[in-house]
Design a protein around this ligand. Structure first.
Ligand code: SF4
Length: 159
């Protein structure tokens, strides 16, 4: 019997927190012990758990993870996607980023702590913004909330 990690999940790790199952729906990480991670890394749709050389402990872990909906029995030819495979980020765990993408705004509230609409603290360029996006990806940030100013006044917001 072959098991495979459900498409909803991917395996990740960070400095000091190297074993996590990330739920893509909720952008949340569930940290697991080393043995569970070892077992999960074998749930790639290729390893046959009915073979006698597979320890009973791994079989038991597979059943438990299947009960929890983390893995399921692999269909013929089904293999885990590359982006679900284990990846270790060299930095500390970064659950979320709260990013003020602009100091500009189309309102003029008197209490504004950003001093919008004038972007008192300056604006970053398009290239700088895209570089930050790439850096968040490279750090394994699970989610990012965007604010301003008014985030939508950036011409490159959707990009
Ligand atoms: S950023 Fe918020 S508080 Fe500031 S002017 Fe715009 S809407 Fe008002």
């Amino acid at each position: 019997m072959r098991y495979i990690l459900d498409k909803r999940f991917k395996l990740r790790g960070w400095d000091r927190l190297p074993n996590a199952v990330v739920d893509r729906k909720g952008a949340s990480a569930h940290f697991v012990d080393v043995r569970t991670m070892e077992a999960l890394r074998l749930r790639d749709g290729k390893v046959d758990f009915s073979l006698p050389l597979v320890p009973e402990e791994l079989r038991e872990t597979a059943r438990r993870l299947a009960d929890q909906g983390v893995v399921h029995e692999a269909r013929q030819g089904e293999v885990v996607a590359d982006n679900q495979r284990y990846r270790l980020y060299p930095n500390r765990y970064m659950k979320s980023v709260h990013w003020s993408v602009t100091g500009k705004c189309n309102c003029r509230c008197r209490h504004c702590y950003m001093s919008a609409p004038d972007a008192k603290y300056g604006e970053i360029s398009h290239d700088e913004a895209m570089s930050i996006v790439a850096e968040m990806g490279a750090c394994g940030a699970l989610s990012c909330s965007l604010t301003g100013g008014e985030a939508l006044v950036r011409d490159d917001f959707w990009e």
